[in-house]
Design a protein around this ligand. Structure first.
Ligand SMILES: C[S@@+](CC[C@H](N)C(=O)[O-])C[C@H]1O[C@@H](n2cnc3c(N)ncnc32)[C@H](O)[C@@H]1O
Length: 603
């Protein structure tokens, strides 16, 4: 009864999150559940941002883009490491992998099902994990790119019965976005679940998405561990808000108590998904790299040549860096910088995994990428004259404990804490135990390493520079919430990118090339940057791009009621940039690429 009162309070509190008048619990139970148990989300935007984008694209086009962002692309895009493998051999391996996965799922089905009479071959045929079509990318020049086609959205049978609602699990938005891309549900991503959930139960998975509050703020309104109850007299908080936010169903790997006691591990094994996309986590490591099509195209557009010296200014985790090095057949010098120590380690690990030796990664703030003692040194320098002051940073060797990257100091503290709790005989026993708990040596679970720090580079010392700028990332999909960005934060991104671009311009040699890219649909970070670049540096000109897959850029300007204005492209420039529309025929993320030729610089 006490629990019931807590829930009623929670419901009342959460009513403020919905602008609709919530139906009563008995009305809810009479509602057509097919409206509820489906995937039909609409993306929340900050109202001013929505107005700005609607003006930029037109209301109808923006609504299409917004809808497309809530879905994953319908295919996985794989870049074959051509230094190690052929496209044909990778296609064969992927087909074999999918058949093995189907058999694995059928065996799991046999283990968990009450009806053991169904033959394994029949289970293989009925398995929800499809063998997806695998084919070479048809774009000329990209025959080392492989597409694996997924499917969806699917209608899922959640076995809802009026008197016995499905057991449910609510996951966080980040977790749901990963699940929509093919991941499993891990314990930290679970926010809430029904009462009496046992290990092995079939559960419907929905998403807890931020809802508008009274004060114009956004909140999820779910306390982790809350119990979901649907009786005739009571419904859980956010019952209404989860309408149309069901992403599939799965089998729980732990009981309710186990889920909320644990910190890591698989929580729900997804058996039926709204979008079926093959997951290639840790599959064919070193032979393939999963990468968005526009990112692969960005490396092509840079057109790096063997023997050249290339700078990738914001490089981690190294997707484009490694694509560039591969296009150069690993011959030349690819310098990759990122401001984050751990992310530089990721670049190292990825380069090692793909067997690329032409890449050197440094920790460096790209806003200070021009060496300060060489700022006025505008004479063209050959790479050998470019003296970098680098320090091999005596970086703390980092370790992974329980999935988290920790420094040795932190690691020691953890040991001390664990010593107090655990039955371990000694620190060395605990160390062994902890090592066993560590995740495997995947690229994102670094097991420590040294990072070179560098003071910057001489002006004019690179043949080509890629600035894949940090951005609002409003092109990434699937996305279930977008209202965190305001017009002010979007403008700040634009200013930051301009400062980085200024550095790129100084570092590239006359006659060289700069490629600028973002994964956002925001014209303020795309077309406005191009305008800034062309108006500020008269020796820059837009260059033709190959291959050309994206659509034209936006022409004109934008003026808001607060007096702020933005200049975009001028007629004739629109076909020299590539804008990837998430609602377009290629079904990619939202992305933007501009390529600049660098003419003679003024003295
Ligand atoms: C869009 S991601 C780059 C993705 C990468 N190019 C790839 O293809 O894998 C942007 C990166 O910029 C880095 N970054 C942000 N501000 C930076 C700065 N001031 N200097 C260097 N790197 C920065 C972030 O750490 C992040 O890794």
């Amino acid at each position: 009864m006490k629990g019931g009162r807590v829930l009623v309070k929670a419901i009342n509190r959460n009513r403020s999150f919905s602008s609709r008048t919530p139906p009563s619990p008995s009305q809810i139970l009479l509602m057509d559940q097919s409206d509820r148990y489906c995937y039909n989300p609409s993306l929340h935007w900050n109202p001013q941002v929505e107005e700005y984008f609607s003006k930029a694209y037109g209301a109808e086009a923006f609504s299409r883009i917004s809808k497309a962002l809530t879905r994953p692309s319908c295919y996985s895009c794989i870049r074959v490491n051509t230094l190690r493998e052929t496209t044909e051999s990778v296609i064969e391996k992927i087909i074999k992998f999918q058949h093995e996965k189907k058999l694995h799922d059928a065996l799991r089905d046999l283990q968990t099902s009450d009806d053991k009479s169904v033959e394994i071959s029949e289970r293989v045929n009925n398995s929800a994990s499809e063998t997806c079509p695998v084919f070479k990318c048809p774009i000329p020049g990209l025959d080392y790119v492989v597409f694996v086609k997924g499917s969806g959205p699917h209608d899922i049978q959640y076995d809802y019965q009026e008197d016995r609602p499905a057991k449910e699990v609510i996951v966080s938005r980040k977790c749901a976005e990963a699940v929509l891309r093919g991941a499993q549900v891990y314990v930290p991503g679970i926010l809430a679940c029904s009462a009496h959930v046992d290990k092995g139960d079939k559960v419907a998975i929905s998403v807890g998405v931020e809802q508008p509050g009274r004060n114009g703020d956004w909140a999820i309104g779910i306390t982790r561990g809350i119990c979901l109850v649907v009786f005739k007299s009571i419904v859980d908080p956010q019952y209404i808000e989860r309408d149309g936010l069901y992403i599939g169903q799965g089998i729980t790997m732990l009981s309710r108590a186990g889920i909320f006691r644990g910190l890591s591990g698989l929580g729900v094994d997804m058996t039926d998904r709204v979008f079926r996309l093959p997951s290639f986590n840790d599959v064919l490591k070193g032979d393939i790299f999963l990468q968005n099509l526009p990112s692969i195209i960005t490396a092509h557009v840079l057109d790096p040549q063997q023997g050249e010296r290339i700078l990738d200014m914001c490089a981690a985790p190294g997707g484009k860096t490694t694509a560039i090095a591969s296009l150069m057949k690993d011959k030349g010098e690819v310098i990759a910088v990122d401001r984050s120590h751990n992310k530089v380690l990721e670049i190292h690990n990825l380069a090692a995994e793909l067997g690329l030796t032409s890449i050197t990664a440094y920790k460096l703030d790209a806003l200070k990428a021009v060496h300060k003692n060489k700022l006025n040194d505008t004479a063209t320098q050959s790479p050998s004259e470019d003296i970098l002051s680098q320090t091999s940073q005596p970086a703390e060797s980092a370790s992974v404990v329980n999935g988290n990257l920790v420094s040795p100091t932190t690691e020691n503290k953890i040991y001390d804490e664990e010593m107090k709790k655990g039955p371990y005989a000694s620190k060395s026993d605990l160390r062994k135990q902890t090592r066993r708990m560590k995740n495997g040596p995947g690229r994102n679970q670094m097991t420590g390493g040294r990072v070179n720090k560098c003071e910057g580079f001489s002006p004019n010392s690179f043949d080509r520079v890629l600035l894949d700028a940090p951005c609002s990332a409003l092109g990434l999909r699937p996305r279930l919430f977008a209202a965190e960005e305001t017009v002010e934060s979007l403008r700040r991104h634009g200013k930051y990118q301009q400062r980085m671009f200024d550095q790129a311009v100084q570092l590239v040699r006359p006659g060289g090339v700069i490629v600028y890219s973002t994964c956002t649909i925001n014209p303020g970070e795309n077309e406005a940057l191009v305008r800034y670049a062309l108006d500020t540096y008269k020796f820059l000109s837009l260059a033709q791009q190959h291959p050309r897959v994206g659509g034209p850029g936006l022409l004109g300007r934008y003026e808001s009621s607060d007096g702020y204005s933005e200049e975009w492209l001028k007629p004739g420039e629109e076909d020299l940039v590539q804008r990837f529309d998430p609602s377009g025929p290629h079904d990619t993320i939202g992305f933007f690429i501009a390529k600049f030729n660098v003419g003679p610089k003024e003295a």
